[in-house]
Write a protein that binds this ligand. Structure first.
Ligand SMILES: [Zn+2]
Length: 372
């Protein structure tokens, strides 16, 4: 017996109403407890990996039909953290309007994580599947998975396939290629001085960071799929002081390894234009770009056929968004974007389409049943 759309939505609501912003350890722990209870209720084995460095616990769930070690199986990859701080639920409480359900984290990705659990439950109730299934829930995806990356990679290395429950894109598409994400913080150091009486003695850190910001900005090349965003900038101590320090935070998206190397070379060659000003750069490649491999393409074809049997057409898409799928795609054939359809990730109008819940859950279920 699988859940109806209304039952699925009710379960998702339960997860959404436990707020779980990445730094909110108490909320994350409560949600991890909830996931553990619901999984254990149908016989799965849940291992809790204690959080570290200020991040929450991760859960490694093993489906009940196969607990043999060393048999490469299916890794389902989800995250339980969201970008929404505690209290967001008061600004955007769970609500249903026709086919649209709203709530913080409902689309990215509590909806997808929940329907994957229900797919595993349905397969378990039916006697299991050819391959063992491990469902990993990490708690730090929204900040780049600093404490879960090793776990993700080691489980992916031991897997035959990886299914990522990030939201579907643009009308239910799944993700076959993703751009890489690079993050930098640049700091500049000048010399402070009174802007009225000793202006000439000062060396402006803000003038330098402004020039650097424009250089980064100019790296954007839409035709090649390279984008660069100087998203935050700051510095100075007062309007009448030549600023001694300034900084900028920069996000770069790259389509492939060649573009990644070009950005790295650009950053390594950054020099201050003004003498006596110094620059410090921190950061680099966070999530590598991936293009579908032969194994990934075959997995996508397999999923497309299963979707057609269920009566819908599955399309692939390349996206600029990064996810934990970037870590696994070079280690095992990976399909990303298998979660729910909707829109508004990371916003206050985040929403899922209720009509997508059953088809997407059924697709996950059929993948688990048929992959071997
Ligand atoms: Zn996500």
């Amino acid at each position: 017996m699988t859940k109806t759309a209304a039952e699925l939505l009710n379960g998702i609501r339960g997860w959404v109403e436990i707020e779980s912003h990445t730094p909110d350890l108490e909320g994350l722990a409560r949600l991890a407890d909830r996931v553990t209870q619901e999984y254990e209720a149908f016989g799965a084995e849940v291992e809790r990996v204690t959080g570290r460095d200020g991040y929450g616990d991760h859960l490694v769930v093993r489906a009940p039909w196969a607990r043999r070690e060393n048999v490469p199986g299916i890794l389902i990859l989800s995250h339980i953290d969201t970008v929404h701080p505690r209290g967001t639920i008061r600004k955007m409480p769970f609500r249903l309007e026709g086919d649209v359900a709203y709530g913080p984290g409902i689309y990215d990705m509590k909806g997808g994580a929940y329907i994957a659990m229900d797919a595993v439950a349905a397969v378990a109730a039916n006697g299991g599947a050819p391959l063992p299934v491990t469902h990993l829930f990490v708690s730090d995806e929204e900040v780049g998975s600093p404490t879960s990356r090793d776990l993700i990679e080691s489980l992916a290395r031991g897997a035959r396939y990886v299914l990522v429950t990030e939201p579907a894109r643009e009308g239910g598409r799944i993700v076959t290629a993703r751009k890489g994400t690079m993050r930098y913080t640049v700091r500049t150091f000048g010399r402070p001085s009174h802007s009225g009486t000793r202006h000439q003695d000062g060396r402006s850190a803000i003038a330098e960071i402004a020039r650097i910001a424009l250089k980064f900005h100019a790296l954007t090349d839409y035709d090649r799929g390279i984008t660069c965003n100087v998203g935050e900038i700051g510095g100075g101590t007062g309007v009448n002081v030549v600023p001694a320090e300034a900084w900028a935070a920069i996000d770069v998206r790259v389509p492939d390894a060649a573009a990644t190397a070009e950005i790295e070379a650009f950053v390594a060659s950054l020099e201050p234009e003004e003498p006596e000003v110094t620059i410090e750069v921190e950061g680099g490649l966070n999530r590598p770009a991936y293009e579908a491999s032969a194994g990934g393409t075959a997995l996508f074809e397999h999923a497309r056929k299963r979707a057609a049997e269920l009566g819908f057409e599955l399309e692939g898409l390349k996206t600029g968004g990064g996810s934990d799928g970037n870590f696994t795609a070079t280690l095992a054939p990976t399909l990303d974007g298998l979660g729910v359809d909707g829109q508004g990730a990371h916003t206050l109008h985040e929403q899922l389409y209720v009509s997508s819940l059953e088809p997407r859950r059924d697709l996950l279920r059929r993948l688990i049943e048929t992959l071997e």
